[in-house]
Design a binder for this molecule. Structure first.
Ligand code: NAP
Length: 268
């Protein structure tokens, strides 16, 4: 059986190492590879997908576009409009989204179970942001989506009945939990500089600038980056220096991968 992860770029992905290790451990005769698929080649790649692969993970930037090539969508994929796991059942392609539970499991493992009445800021409005906004809304948060391209943030905010703005609005907003879902800060084979960047800058001054400059204990603010390579992004390093509670992206990555693996093996 062959499985893969498709994305563009894809060299940052740790999915092949993780899934191949799990296959070996459970003595499942299967192979998992990383396939770089440029956005313009997605249709071509999907044309003979079902004759080659038993399943796949889908990452940046295909999570939304992939829906056009699937036969059945899970209720979550339908609600979110993004898919990160495909299972091939007898030539029929089923789409799932394990990012939602992966994200919620990561928060739970850090003791965050309920965000009723809390202000959340989500940076980014791509495929992963859709899952994160859906999960935060389920947990009761009021969400503002900030993105480089305003139309993308507006569209996502409208889908979920939330607020939106540009990345430059970050320091004007109240924030109990910030989640970075942009790819800024991610390890990139061709662009090493990308890794030393952060989507927003976090102030380290003594005036406790978050939340309209109101003094507040820094350690009750949570900053999560869903990027998992590197584990400590610039955003998280800055947040740690500022005294915030940080959550690394590897927690979400491990949890979503575990749920994808179950779909590939147990439920197939
Ligand atoms: P995507 O659909 O391509 O979305 C990328 C987002 O990043 C968009 O909002 C885009 O803004 C923004 N962005 C890209 N370059 C930017 C720049 N130079 N400055 C500002 N914003 C920029 O990708 P995705 O699938 O959502 O994945 C995003 C990241 O999350 C990736 O690093 C991925 O590895 C990570 N991820 C981690 C997990 C995990 O389990 N930990 C799960 C899913 C994803 P525009 O709208 O303006 O283009």
């Amino acid at each position: 059986m062959n499985y893969c992860v498709i994305g563009f770029p894809i060299s940052h992905s740790l999915s092949p190492a993780l899934h191949n290790r799990a296959f070996r451990k459970l003595k499942v005769r299967a192979r998992y590879t990383a396939v770089e698929v440029a956005p313009s080649d997605l249709g071509l790649f999907m044309r003979d997908f079902s004759s080659k692969y038993s399943g796949a993970n889908v990452t940046i930037p295909h999570k939304e576009k992939i829906l056009d090539f699937l036969d059945e969508l899970s209720p979550e994929v339908r609600a979110i409009g993004a898919c990160n796991t495909i299972v091939n059942r007898g030539g029929k392609l089923f789409g799932y989204n394990t990012d939602v539970l992966g994200f919620m499991d990561a928060l739970k493992s850090e003791g965050v179970r309920n965000l009723k009445g809390k202000n959340a800021i989500v940076l980014g409005a791509g495929g992963a942001a859709r899952a994160v906004v859906y999960a935060l809304k389920k947990m009761g948060a009021h969400i503002t989506i900030l993105n480089r391209t305003l139309e993308h943030a507006q569209k996502l905010a409208k889908n979920f009945g939330q607020n939106f703005g540009g990345l430059e609005d970050f320091n004007k907003l109240k924030c109990d939990i910030l989640v970075n879902t942009t790819s800024v800060g991610m390890w990139h084979k061709e662009n090493k500089k990308y890794m030393s960047e952060a989507p927003v800058s976090i102030c380290h001054c003594e005036r406790h600038c978050f939340g309209f400059g109101r003094p507040r204990p820094r350690n009750d603010m949570i900053i999560m980056d869903i990027i998992y390579r590197p584990r400590m992004t610039k955003l998280l390093r800055d947040a740690k220096k500022a005294g915030c509670k940080i959550i690394t992206g590897d927690k979400m990555f491990m949890n979503q991968a575990k749920r994808s693996f179950e779909l590939f093996t147990i439920c197939s």
